[in-house]
Design a protein around this ligand. Structure first.
Ligand code: ZN
Length: 202
């Protein structure tokens, strides 16, 4: 994937270890006084662990895991743990063309917690999400809301000029307009919209 003209579009060289690293694993880190560096998650976590005196922190790279959803489709999840001072964030996401896309999850934990136990909790969280489908394909009307409840996450739609949401529901992208059309099945009904932090349970 790397060309001799330079780094691949979705990779960045880590200023710590020098490794060519997928951009989703890079943190732009530093301050105005000390300058900024692009660090891979291993170098970033090592730096934060040292500054915060977290000698026990297990600094390891987590390998991707493939899981099957309820339609039998295989989905590959990538994991990035990040030490953020007194919290440990574990993110899980799918990739499309080397960029995070589809299902995305985050768990916030304590830096002293066992990383493999945290990974276990994350896998359970993913399994629960994969077992539910909020949308269904109707032969006549296309994608429809399956059962009066929809959950997902909000991204922005780069194909539209204004600030327009792009929703990810059941791990797939749904445009704001597509959701609007699905809602018209319920014309005249009430609705409730609740916003939930990335790391909270819906
Ligand atoms: Zn590095």
């Amino acid at each position: 994937m790397f060309t001799n003209q330079g780094l691949h579009l979705h990779t960045t060289q880590c200023d710590g270890c020098g490794a060519v690293t997928p951009s989703h694993d890079i943190t732009h880190y530093g301050s105005i006084e000390s300058g900024y560096r692009n660090l891979c998650s291993l170098c970033f976590n090592a730096d934060v662990a040292e500054r915060c005196g977290l000698d026990e922190f297990e600094n390891i790279r987590l390998e991707p895991i493939t899981m099957t959803d309820d339609t039998g489709q295989s989905r590959e999840f990538h994991f990035v743990p990040r030490l953020l001072g007194n919290i440990l964030s574990l993110e899980a996401f799918e990739l499309q063309d080397s960029v995070p896309a589809g299902y995305q999850f985050q768990i916030i934990s304590d830096p002293e917690d066992d990383l493999f136990a945290l990974l276990g909790r994350m896998v359970e969280k993913i399994r629960r999400a994969l077992s539910v489908k909020y949308l269904c394909e109707d032969p006549r009307h296309g994608l429809q809301i399956a059962d009066q409840l929809v959950q997902g996450h909000i991204e922005s739609d780069p194909s539209v000029d204004e600030r327009t949401p792009l929703l990810v529901i059941d791990g797939k992208e749904v445009t704001w307009e597509e959701l609007g059309q699905m809602l018209m099945t319920f014309e005249g009904w009430q609705f409730k919209l609740e916003l939930i932090d990335r790391s909270d349970e819906p």
